[in-house]
Design a protein around this ligand. Structure first.
Ligand code: FAD
Length: 491
């Protein structure tokens, strides 16, 4: 490879978690470089690939790549698809094309950082220009520091610090044109990657619920800001209501950027008439984006986050190992309606409302004493928004072993949670239809219904719907005792 860069050689834009044309700094850089552009996506899911996408994410990825591919094709610059170890595939393509430069937007998972740093050094040593950009975060993890110079472990001061210095700027427009190579390199056919389920095709619910891709993301943001953000502050905890944005899978796959969201939400806040709750809604919504930033901050500074508890005391926690209970939880057959509704929503749509994620998570780790890593693994496979930072952050938070975490002694009561956040029962009735005929008074605790009420609703407990797999009071006490044991051990 020549040590003298050829300014006419192509530039590879390596797409990863940034599957969009607008506000894509790597792509914008490539266009401005004046070089022919080669857009590339590498599927690195073979062998030992850590945290390769789960089944629901693979479904999303297929459709997102299909959408990006169509957009690039429309601009005369086809997306090249290759499969294998991404560092090897990228180096091979650079050589094959005699490319002069590579551009990408940064990822923040520990394995990706290690890979990208090594690649950057190798390519630069070979005379290839490498340019990387921030396209996924409002503030990159190393830019936010406590007074003592370390990372934050508490959300509120973290978010205050991020907001203080924050100026995300205007999102970049999509490129007006792309200069392609006269003969683009060969690539795989997306259909041959087998990302979609076939036998059986379980993705019907996902298809009905989602439109992956940049256009779908933009539409979802616009709809949310038009019709829901005003309800967000008060309503974001009610799972039967459409008052959260459902942007998480679009954000994870980079079909929309936090900068685009920030700009649109701020503009909405500025233009809204007074007193409609929009300002409050916008602030609350952006604060949740702040939790996403916080989780990325934690994963960057504590790269063991998906594997080990942040609070080392929890290394000694006496987790149970019970396949039968784990399966009851996974299948939505615990006998606690709000838990089962959440797990079935997840299975059907690849997504679950945040309040219910907290309820089912708490139930797994506290009522069943099953390890948070088992919950994390199930979510990883079934969520369309499965995200290493947010998933690990969410599970450690709920298990009480993470940063700024829910204290272990706070054990959600699934009956009271259901009665509070699904008082009219619309959520449970939708996802647990066998209980739909029960009156509200017993819907969240069907085992308390008398025989006549059950019969009138057509419910035979133990046949149509399970008895509770654990008793709440006893399970709560067991969780507190187990926690007390590790607390005492280490104090
Ligand atoms: P909105 O309320 O509209 O929020 C806007 C955006 O902010 C979201 O799209 C998301 O990107 C971000 N956000 C919101 N809440 C959180 C949060 N608590 N932590 C981090 N980011 C947040 N989120 C994921 O994106 N991927 C995951 O794998 C994931 N796993 C989770 C596991 C558990 C046990 C828990 C308790 C939470 C998890 N979350 C995860 C966070 C949260 O539940 C989802 O981001 C949220 O429900 C997505 O819905 P929304 O887009 O309507 O959110």
């Amino acid at each position: 490879m020549s040590a003298f860069p050829n300014p006419h050689a192509s530039i590879i834009v390596w797409f990863r978690q940034d599957l969009r044309l607008a506000d894509n700094p790597a792509l914008t850089h490539a266009v401005r470089s004046g070089r022919p552009v080669v857009p590339l996506y590498i599927l690195d899911d073979q062998g030992e690939a850590p945290w390769a996408p789960g089944a629901a994410s693979r479904w999303w990825l297929h459709h997102s790549l299909s959408s990006l591919g169509a957009a690039l094709e429309g601009m005369g610059c086809p997306l090249v698809l290759r499969r294998g170890r991404s560092d090897v595939v990228l180096r091979d393509l650079v050589r094959e094309l005699g490319a002069g430069a590579v551009a990408w937007n940064r990822c923040y998972e520990p394995q990706a950082i290690a890979r990208d740093c090594a690649l950057k050094a190798d390519l630069k040593a070979e005379g290839i220009e490498v340019h990387s950009f921030n396209a996924a975060l409002l503030a990159e993890p190393w830019t936010v520091k406590t007074g003592g110079g370390g990372p934050y472990k508490v959300f509120t001061p973290f978010w205050r610090a991020v907001k203080e210095g924050l100026n995300p700027g205007e999102p970049l427009p999509p490129p007006a044109a792309l200069a392609a190579l006269p003969t683009p390199p060969d690539g795989d056919r997306l259909a041959d990657w087998g990302l979609l389920p076939t036998k059986p095709d379980w993705a019907g619910g996902l298809r009905a619920a989602w439109t992956p891709g940049e256009a779908g993301a933009a539409r979802r943001l616009a709809d949310f800001l038009d019709s829901a953000v005003g309800q967000y502050a008060e309503g974001r905890d009610y799972p039967a209501q459409p008052w959260t944005s459902r942007l998480s899978p679009h954000l994870h796959h980079g079909e929309i950027s936090p900068r685009q969201i920030w700009a649109a939400a701020m503009a909405k806040g500025d233009s809204a008439p007074e007193g409609k709750g929009v300002d409050k809604g916008v602030a609350g919504f952006l604060r949740e984006l702040g939790w996403r930033e916080f989780c990325h901050h934690l994963l960057y500074h504590f790269p063991f986050l998906p594997e080990r508890p942040l609070n080392p005391k929890f290394e000694a926690f006496a987790w149970q190992d019970d396949t039968r209970l784990l399966q009851a939880w996974q299948r939505g057959r615990t006998g606690y309606p709000i838990v089962d509704a959440g797990m079935r929503e997840l299975w059907a749509t690849g997504w679950m409302h945040n309040r219910v994620r907290m309820i089912v998570g708490s139930f797994l780790v506290k009522h069943l004493l099953l390890p948070w890593t088992a919950g994390q693994a199930w979510f990883w496979d079934t969520l369309v928004d499965a995200d290493l930072a947010n998933n690990a952050g969410g599970w450690q938070w709920i298990a009480g072993c993470g940063a700024d975490a829910a204290p272990y002694f706070r054990v959600f009561n699934p009956v009271l949670q259901g009665e509070k956040f699904d008082a009219a029962g619309a959520y449970v009735r939708r996802w647990v239809p066998e209980l739909a005929g029960l009156p509200d008074s017993v819907l969240h605790q069907p085992w308390t219904a008398d025989a006549m009420t059950l019969r009138a609703a057509g419910v035979r407990l133990g046949h149509d719907y399970p008895h509770p797999v654990v008793d709440h009071k006893a399970a709560r006490q067991r969780a507190l005792d187990t926690f007390a044991a590790i607390k005492d051990d280490n104090t």
